[in-house]
Write a protein that binds this ligand. Sequence first.
Ligand code: FES
Length: 273
Amino acid sequence: MSDEEGIVNTENTEGTEESEMGDGTFGGVAPRRASAIFGGMERRDFVKLCAAASAGATLPAPADAATLKARLYKRARLVDARGEPFKAESLKVGVNYVFDYPFASTPCFLLRLAGPAAGGVDLRTEGGGTYRWEGGVGPGRAVVAYSAICAHKLTYPTRQVSFIGYRDAPSPVAGNGKVITCCSDRSVYDPAAGARVVAGPAPQPLATILLEHDAATDGLAAVGTFGGEMFDAFFRKFGFRLQLELGDRAKAAVEERAVVRELSTYSAQWAQC
Ligand code: FES
């Protein structure tokens, strides 16, 4: 598949395999053409992408041909439980929010950090792919989003319980806090640095979720991912469970809107460590 077709990375799926569909789609979802995204963005000069490197930048730009590129999915505006557009300013600092993206069964963390996430962090996936995380969006560049699927053994927040989440407070596992901890095997990720691995067995950072921020409305939208996705492995490992829970919707693309909830309401229990 060419860059023109929107999917540009073949190295960021370590532990995973190529498209299950074998036809250039992922789980039956055709990624949006990059050109379509760029066209829309030209009309929305207020938009900043989470990984935009500098003024005028649109998508994370690889430093060279060997580095990873962004993977674009369908655009989904972030909304609250009533369907109203979610305002970045309404995010509470230190609270763990969750939304499903880019598939109906793949949760992501949405966080407003205490300070700016300036970016410029060079990261590496388990397979050796490199990419530069360019920071947060929204108020104070403090809003960030990551896939909530642990890069170690794919622990993720279910409706019943979550063993992974953002922990603001100190703990023996979280150290001084303000990190994402996975209590399954105690991997720790730094959300202010592209979810790089701080401790534990995780072999790579959590995948970044690319966000758009509309400065005029303070709205947010998810548009893609960056870094080491785990979705193929996730569907292979949990496909039976997901099918029971969600039926054929499990692999459905999230489009148009994604509902943001606090983790405390997304999962009935949250095991913190
Ligand atoms: S599954 Fe998260 S640390 Fe092992």
